[in-house]
Design a protein around this ligand. Sequence first.
Ligand code: MF3
Ligand code: CO
Length: 278
Amino acid sequence: MFGRRRIEYKTNAQLRAMRHAGAVTSQALDAAVAAAVPGVTTASLDDVFRGVLEEHGATSNFLGYFGYPAAVCVSVNEVVVHGIPGEQVLQEGDILSIDGGAIVDGWHGDSARTVLLGRPDPVDAELSAVTRSAMWHGIAALATGTHVGDVGAAVEDHVRKVSGHRFGILEDYVGHGIGSKMHMAPDVLNYRAADRGPRLRPGMALAIEPMLVRGGIGTRVLEDEWTVVTTDGGRSSQWEHSVALHADGIWVLTAQDGGASELEPLGVTPVPIPEDRP
Ligand code: MF3
Ligand code: CO
């Protein structure tokens, strides 16, 4: 995908600028998640998300991306990613991921969360919890590891440790570098691979976004050329954050606290991006 292109290394000032796109992305997702209740359409979540972007003078990086028609992807049940918001009405028991991003001053943010509606199926709840914790273990590996491939190894190890082989880790879609574009080098796999990938270096910003499924990991794209479903109809979950690496540590750009509350229990303390010294 983006693996062979050059990596964009950001200065501290540029990484600090990326915090604004991250903060708007996070607030817009807060609003979209709060609006996700049984009886509303998936299109209404797109409206809510766009409203927050507008309030902050931010623009959408999803809208118009290879012709994509919305500011968020809303992926319900067997839809894994890239679900287009529309007239579909959310139901009790649905599991959905809301994925969105923002551009502020030319810098991109990208983040996704899974939401469970009503009284969820316990296995759906576990699927989302394991996907979420796998994302945090992958993020922690950016602080403790040496190569981009350490993320995938940490994600896979965590998933196998807590849930054995009950959940599949999607391989068809991966995380990515982010910065002056939404999708940049390098690819960030969510599983262990022989190639450890590029070395983790200050100035990188990476979107960590594992996708887990209850059944097989095969996927298929629907006729709209966007919606990705599992081949066997199994339900799925996705969580995503954009993360900055700097000389003193890591900072989760799309989390209001830089990831502190979730990373501290994993032994990682996020470090605010320092101002460049003149
Ligand atoms: N944000 C997705 C990702 O996490 C990509 C969405 S592509 C779009 O990488 F076209 F749907 F916007
Ligand atoms: Co992404």
